[in-house]
Ligand binder design. Structure first.
Ligand SMILES: NC(=O)c1ccc[n+]([C@@H]2O[C@H](COP(=O)([O-])OP(=O)(O)OC[C@H]3O[C@@H](n4cnc5c(N)ncnc54)[C@H](O)[C@@H]3O)[C@@H](O)[C@H]2O)c1
Length: 251
């Protein structure tokens, strides 16, 4: 396994399980020190302990990505443990699907708080706690940012904003040596996704995907690791689709 992320200090939100968990483990296996940030204490500790048991560097951080103060405190704790931050993966999400006419205000507020405010707090915390090395931000987008799908109005709003934010920040932060990219995963049956997509939904997604299979958490983790690493040194403002081709299929 290459150690091409050695020397990096990366905060991963939503790192307790799913794509964020796989990314945290992969980044650590490639030499990064990882802040395993999750609102669920058991999940954050489980992932951090697995990384440490495998010989990697991890700090479990139990906090809410929507809480600006908590995100800054997390970045400060990670810096104290391992040195200035070189990257952040904005993965945490809180989702409720449903028809647009039934969207309730408090549900929408929470989705926007975790899904949009959270990444902005993450970027601010990286800026406050980075050193003078180049840095990199990876946001989790979705093909849903570009394609309509029934009952996902609030989710597509969040992910559309994330794509716009990614491109905008690439322009704003590039002169400071910070690359900003996004990964748009196809259908990956993570614990969170399984709670909202049933077997019939997955059969449909599998059939619609040109590569003929669902994504695995590691498929997405590898794309995240690539964007954080030196091989992506001239890539910024990019939305990398790791989706088996579903986003380029017309019928
Ligand atoms: N799984 C897919 O098919 C898919 C497809 C496209 C995009 N994505 C995106 O990938 C990312 C990860 O999705 P996933 O399927 O792995 O999700 P998941 O629900 O399996 O995992 C999300 C993690 O985030 C944590 N979390 C939730 N709210 C939090 C908060 N406020 N603060 C900190 N942590 C919080 C959860 O405890 C959990 O560990 C999301 O941004 C999602 O939108 C996923």
């Amino acid at each position: 396994m290459s150690e091409n992320l050695s020397g990096q200090v990366i905060l991963v939100t939503g790192a307790g399980r799913g794509i964020g968990g796989a990314a945290a483990r992969l980044l650590a296996s490639r030499g990064a020190a990882v802040g395993v940030f999750d609102i669920a204490a058991d999940l954050a500790n489980e992932t951090a302990n697995a990384i440490k048991a495998a010989g990697g560097k991890a700090l479990a951080i139990v906090a809410d990505a929507a809480d600006r103060r908590a995100v800054f405190d997390a970045a400060a704790a990670l810096r104290d443990a391992f040195g200035p931050l070189t990257g952040i993966v904005n993965d945490a999400i809180w989702i409720r699907y449903g028809p647009v006419e039934g969207i309730e205000e408090e549900v929408l507020d929470r989705m926007l708080a975790v899904g949009i405010k959270g990444p902005i707090w993450g970027v601010q915390a990286l800026l406050a706690h980075r050193g003078d090395k180049p840095a990199s931000i990876v946001n989790l987008a979705s093909p849903a940012a570009d394609l309509g799908m029934a009952n996902t109005a609030s989710y597509t709003s969040v992910k559309g904003a994330i794509v716009a934010l990614t491109r905008q920040l690439a322009v704003e932060l590039g002169p400071q040596g910070i690359r900003v990219n996004a990964v748009a995963p196809g259908a990956v049956p993570t614990p969170g996704a399984r709670a909202i997509v049933d077997e019939a939904g997955y059969a449909k997604r599998r059939a619609q995907t040109p590569l003929g299979r669902l994504g695995e958490e590691d498929d997405i983790a590898k794309a995240i690791a690539f964007l954080l690493g030196p091989d992506a040194g001239f890539i910024t403002g990019e939305v990398l689709h790791a989706d088996g081709g579903i986003s380029v299929k017309s019928m």
